[in-house]
Design a protein around this ligand. Structure first.
Ligand SMILES: *Cc1c(COP(=O)(O)O)cnc(C)c1O
Length: 231
């Protein structure tokens, strides 16, 4: 029962936020590799924000949901690495892109976001500590990338997305969350519209919340284990 998992995660988030004296974070349900039927089930239980990693997979599932008559308006977040040749589709299909990590992808999204739509919400993906990851900009690059996004009328700069290196010892991830919060506060001082710090996944979202997350991205704790990706 996905509705039960959703209730459990939501209640955990609410009580942790109350204990920390902060607002409950936005919960993004990460549905990558999960079937459209699972998304429909969570949507029926009241979940509105969904995160996908792959543009083509997201487009296919959106069509399946439409064909199945799922009528509630959902908010779609791209959280996976975005290749330049997918920017046109991503700029149309998503409400948020959380993985903007270079000026060229910001420019491509801006160019392809239709001017008659709401601006595309953008988070800058920053690599605070994971040297094994090729994705995410360096912390020093944040001010210039933020300025580039803020200058585009079809984009709306909302904040930062980070994923710490997946240390098995959760406590070892805390410095990355702290560093992200500092970057976020500096960004917010420079750009008043910034309001979103996206960090925390199934195994570390409470830690991230305690360090200032305003949005968490949760997959397996909601949907159960992911099926393997077809190759
Ligand atoms: C898959 C993924 C998640 C969710 O991971 P879980 O451990 O299943 O909660 C969150 N963020 C990103 C960027 C992901 O790729």
């Amino acid at each position: 029962m996905l509705a039960d998992a959703l209730r459990e995660v939501s209640e955990t988030l609410y009580s942790a936020a109350a204990a920390a004296g902060c607002n409950p974070p936005v919960l993004v349900a990460v549905s990558k590799l999960q079937p459209a039927t699972a998304i429909a089930e969570l949507a029926a239980a009241g979940q509105r924000d969904f995160g996908e990693n792959y543009v083509q997979e997201a487009l296919r599932k959106r069509q399946e949901l439409e064909a199945a008559g799922v009528a509630v308006p959902l908010t779609w977040h791209l959280i996976g690495h975005l290749q330049g040749n997918k920017a046109r589709e991503a700029a149309v299909a998503f409400d948020w892109v959380q993985s903007v990590d270079r000026p060229s992808i910001a420019a491509a999204l801006a160019r392809h976001r239709p001017a008659d739509r709401e601006p595309l919400n953008v988070l800058l993906q920053v690599n605070v500590d994971d040297e094994s990851s090729k994705h995410g900009c360096h912390p020093d690059e944040v001010p210039a990338l933020a300025a580039a996004v803020a200058a585009e009328p079809t984009l709306r700069l909302r904040g930062l997305m980070i994923s710490p290196a997946p240390w098995p010892d959760l406590e070892a991830r805390r410095p990355a969350f702290r560093a992200a919060k500092q970057l976020f506060d500096a960004l917010r001082a420079a750009h008043p519209g910034v309001d979103t710090l996206s960090m925390g996944m199934s195994d570390d979202y409470l830690l991230a919340l305690g360090e200032g997350a305003t949005m968490v991205r949760i997959g397996s704790a909601l949907f159960g284990a992911r099926p393997p990706r077809a190759t």
